[in-house]
Design a protein around this ligand. Structure first.
Ligand SMILES: [Zn+2]
Length: 350
């Protein structure tokens, strides 16, 4: 096994998957027991505390020169990246003697923060307990969680970062009728969105991940707008010289638990990390620009009317209720919705 192949992954994923965590609501209590079961070479410790004094863990391993920093769930209700990270950690444990794992551990040093916002995760919110969006706090660093991540960044000085998020089900891939199952972004460093040397390197890693995923879920992969967000984490880290890859896990048909997209998120992560471990250079970036745009063109459900005159669209609102994750269908829009798609469509009789 010298390179990541779709055949190997598809044949073995059921073995690799960390089955102790699943579904949408993943909290610190869910991931803590997993730390005791990691590959022997992986060290873990508490990197800092959240606003409500929950532990923020940091895993460290590998002895190479290329430094990679990965964090997930900076938005507390976006757990797919966390599940993908533990699938990746299982892969290392299962195949320590494979060329892939040896290459990663010999050529890279990795730090993973698998749940940056444990308070938000606990109550299934995007923000932290002070209502701060950590992904808009990279300049002010008001939140304790943002300070923890910045301290790791400054101390570790990574060459590459993976910033793992979930996107809503409203996104599709431009030019197709498909939802955006996985989307990528190589963030801008300033308002002119110049394609700097660093951004080209970020794009190069995305190209490697995209080409693997296209074999399995062709035309389900989108590219986010590179509009500059001055206070966003990725934009600021990229500007500081740490190439930052944004991965947004999205919708796959009928996969509201995000257990299918979790698999593709893991494949992308593994491919990206392996690529960083073996690449001679990170120059080839142009096919990044050919990945279609992410567009907002989906609802969860549309009831179609005759001539589309009185279509009705619904979205699932996500919440945690009585200790369980739940979806509640909520009316969003009425009128002619012929320019929109839905994950489920029904025809009204009238
Ligand atoms: Zn997010």
């Amino acid at each position: 096994m010298t390179k990541v192949t779709t055949t190997f992954l598809e044949d073995n994923y059921s073995k690799i998957k960390e089955t102790k965590i699943s579904g949408r609501w993943i909290t610190l209590k869910d991931i803590k027991p997993l730390f005791d079961d990691l590959h022997i070479s992986i060290n873990f410790n508490i990197a800092g505390k959240s606003e409500e004094d929950r532990d923020i863990y940091k895993l460290k391993f590998g002895s190479g020169e290329r430094r990679i920093l990965i964090w997930s769930q900076m938005h507390g209700n976006e757990s797919t990246g966390t599940k993908a990270v533990f699938d990746f950690l299982n892969f290392i444990k299962l195949y320590p003697d494979s060329e892939i794992v040896k290459s990663v551990l010999d050529n890279c040093e990795l730090i993973i923060v698998p749940l940056l916002n444990p308070d938000g995760a606990e109550v299934y919110t995007r923000v932290n307990s002070n209502n701060i969006d950590l992904n808009r706090d990279a300049v002010d660093l008001k939140a304790k969680e943002s300070k923890v991540l910045r301290k790791i960044l400054d101390g570790f000085n990574p060459d590459f970062c993976f910033n793992l998020h979930d996107q809503r089900t409203i996104f599709g891939v431009e030019g197709t009728n498909n939802p955006a199952t996985i989307s990528f972004l190589a963030p801008s460093e300033e308002e002119t969105r110049e394609i700097t040397k660093g951004r080209k390197e970020t794009m190069n890693v995305i190209v490697a991940m995209n080409s693997l995923l296209q074999q399995l879920i062709p035309n389900h992969i989108g590219r986010y707008t590179d509009e500059f967000y001055p206070t966003a984490t990725g934009d600021n880290f990229q500007k500081l010289g740490h190439n930052t890859i944004l991965i947004e896990a999205g919708h796959f048909p009928d996969d509201y638990e995000r257990e299918i997209v979790r698999k593709y998120n893991f494949y992308a992560l593994l491919q990206g990390i392996h690529h960083i471990s073996i690449a001679d250079n990170f120059k080839n970036h142009t096919s990044y620009l050919a990945i279609p745009n992410n567009i907002k063109n989906f609802y969860d459900v549309i009831y179609r009317s005759k001539n589309n005159e009185k279509d009705v669209a619904y979205q699932y609102a996500e919440k945690v209720e009585n200790g369980k994750f739940a979806l509640a269908l909520t009316k969003e829009k009425e009128g002619n919705l012929s320019s929109y798609l839905a994950h489920k469509e029904f025809n009204k009789k009238q």
